[in-house]
Design a binder for this molecule. Sequence first.
Ligand code: ZN
Ligand code: ZN
Length: 475
Amino acid sequence: MAGSTAVRTTFSQPSSCSIRARQWTDNPLLHKGARFHYERLFDTIDAVVPIASDAVDDLAAALDRLAADPVDHIPAHALGDELARIRRQIDRLEAQFIRRLHRFDRGHGALAEGAVSTVSWLRATCGLTGGAAVDRVRMARVLAELPEAATSFRAGTAPFTNVSLIARLADDVGVESVRTVEHILTVAAEKLDVGRMRLLVACTRHRLDADGVLDEDNRNHDRRWFACDQTYGGVFVLRGELDAEGGALVRTALDALTTPCGPNDDRTASQRRADAIVDMASRQLASGALPAVHGQRPHLTVTVAAQSLQGAASQAPADLGGVGPIHIETVRRIACDAVRTVATVTDTAAPMSVGRATRTIPAALRTALSLRDKGCRFPGCDRPPEWTDGHHVKHWADGGETSLHNLVLLCRRHHRMVHERGWQIRLEGASRVTVSEPPGRPIHSRVASSVDGRLARGDQHRVDHPAPRLAVNAT
Ligand SMILES: [Zn+2]
Ligand SMILES: [Zn+2]
């Protein structure tokens, strides 16, 4: 039947559609007037459905031919043109779907099928998500009044995504307003990518309906919310919604902290964003600019028995205030560069004395460390001093000195790799840092290997820090 223009119309008595409709109108709860209205409507439906068009059969046949076409032998670079042509036909097909959907929606076809709305019918019958269904119903309703955009859409000249933006604009500001700029928008839809089209439509909306935009901005602001919940497993889940300005502020701050820390940074973009949120909080807390809570600067408190810090396995686990027990190696990392208060307790855990709070690395020594190391000393890392912790190569809990000979700056990520991931780091004099992978643990092997391509997992290697050495006596 290819090439045929004849339209085949078949009648069935009764159609499955009308059976459902009859059952529905037989509902005794239905208002008498409403039943009369729907019976008339379904009489009309009985007269016209089902319609089976040869064109759809032809389309199915064409798709069968497309599916039977072998593609494995075609070079990848030669497929681009075909992919673009298929995409254009998909857009044209969407246009035809929407042209019929307009008739279906206006004629209450969904109601006859027993659905409460066209959107719910699309979701149930066509497998669309709620958003996709709303999008198509919106397009069906407004494109009938925007002939230029509809024509371009049906010709495959303006793609579905761009026409959908025009339809959304018409829904927001009214078809009458959009008709005044329909030609400009249609030409733009034919030429612009979806990002630029979205921007143009947003600007057009501001011009056509500034008050409406302000109302929507205020509604978006009122809808803001944020939750930071700890799950049963201990991790925190962050969720929320911000208005455009708030979201842009957060993203700008995050972007400044999500750059990879050197060529060996193998974190995904998503992991870097997660680290950036923690960095933002950490830097804000460290700045001391936050308001005091209960007379104290806000801070994290970890309580741990001295023997546990030294690795005695039988001791009670460390406790991170407000969170719960944390691993002893995490405590050793936090304790590397923190404020320490020693409390002596009796056998019944009653406090006997509480000592003075002291920094595990005094401020003057921290300054000297920053001057010497100029940033994270892990090979390949470029994090500046203000993003780093001072790491005790031999932990102070194990008798390690708090001196330049035993300290090295590490960014949060590399400090974690050393403590929780088992990487070894050694400081030889002031200028040489040696790192080696955890034996038998293939974690982050790419980082070590890429520092020196010849190294195999478990090897040791030595890296000269490029920063000039400065002898500072600051104990
Ligand atoms: Zn450390
Ligand atoms: Zn680092």
